[in-house]
Design a binder for this molecule. Sequence first.
Ligand code: PHE
Length: 451
Amino acid sequence: MSAARGEFSSRFGFLMAASGSAVGLGNIWGFPTNTASNGGAAFLFTYLILVFLLAYPALMAELIIGRHGHSNAVTALQGLSRGRATYLLGTTVGFVGIVTVSLILSFYVIVSGWMMAYLIDPLARLAGLNSLAGWLTGDGLVRDSLFVLLFMGLTIYVISAGVKEGIEKWASRLMPSLIVILILLILYVVTLPGASEGLRAYLVPDFGVVANPHLIINALGQAFFSLSLGVGTMLIYGSYVNKRENLAQLGSLVALLDVGIAFLAGLLILPAMYVAQNNGVAIYDAAGGLIAGPGLILSVLPALFNSMGPIGLLVALAFFLLMTIASLTSSISMLEVPVAYAVENHGVERKKATVAIGAIIAVICLIIVANFSVLFDLTVTVTTEWSQPLGGLFFCVFVAWIWNRNGLLREISQGYPDVEQSLFWKIWPFYVKFICPVAILMVYVQLLGFL
Ligand code: PHE
């Protein structure tokens, strides 16, 4: 075991790192399109309720296990076990988390690589290098592979520097920049013709859609992905939090930041789509739904930027910088999970562990790139729809069913001495014990086609 463990040096550092993990492609890409195709503000309300009633309790479970165990998920869960069966369960949940997050990272890096390529495109065009620009924005094995390596290189660079000098330092620089860029982009886009229609699509609720169980399940999946739950990411970040901090409060701030930035992203993406439509870009697919997924980010929005004239280059630059920053603060939190395990449990030196694990994941990325049509969607589905909620379920089970209540109370009271009298302690244990597991199980019932 390594003697000196990293620790965040301030509340701000932790908040930036954890909200950086949470805020990613899921917020800026996933949330706005999900909202637009699912009843606008009706989805937003459902999402807000689910985040605070289900995802926040699950987030707290991970943060608390992490801070208590002062270690990675495998060791922390083993430490909570009460006999052979729960020891084995803890080991399995920890390892499945490590494998899952590594696979999430392998598809995430591919998409983040696209964001980087599109970030360089306006620069290439400014420099008059039009054939380079064409190559950057055209699909291609070589381009994808190169940007996988570039983006993974950045992720490795940050993580090899450690918790304070890597994660905390970069998240504290990048997250405030992300918020500033996002707000500037919103202020510009909402002034353009067509924007108000987008705001209406986003903010006027269609409550007829809310009754639909698929919508609720969809929102729950979105909430779990967005808060980086179920794979040990928040657990490892929690393990770097000082015992003097009020964890319940920190957790709620992370959830608020995540939701707040997702909401802001909606104020950008939806108006932008309708401005694009106003400029003659098609925003509905053949089935009549709004174009979402890669089509939105890689074709609708670039077409919009192109239709804006010279200022479009600047807007494109700002937008893809935003996406690249959001991706990087998430990808580092993913790589930290296997790296922390290798460092703590196998005594590997941090730099070596980071480079070796990063290289292995980069190879997996390249395999997915080379077999994109078969492997990409499969990896996304297995990790985010199956493995992640299941992991979340087991973290809740460990906190509420395996850990004894006094031990749990003792851990939370550190940094929050009067927690026993708080609303949090009256409600949260009940939630993680019953409501969260049942809600997550319902997702599986739905996935298996029973609902
Ligand atoms: N929360 C990130 C996003 O919204 C994704 C993520 C998932 C990060 C799992 C870490 C772990 O993009």
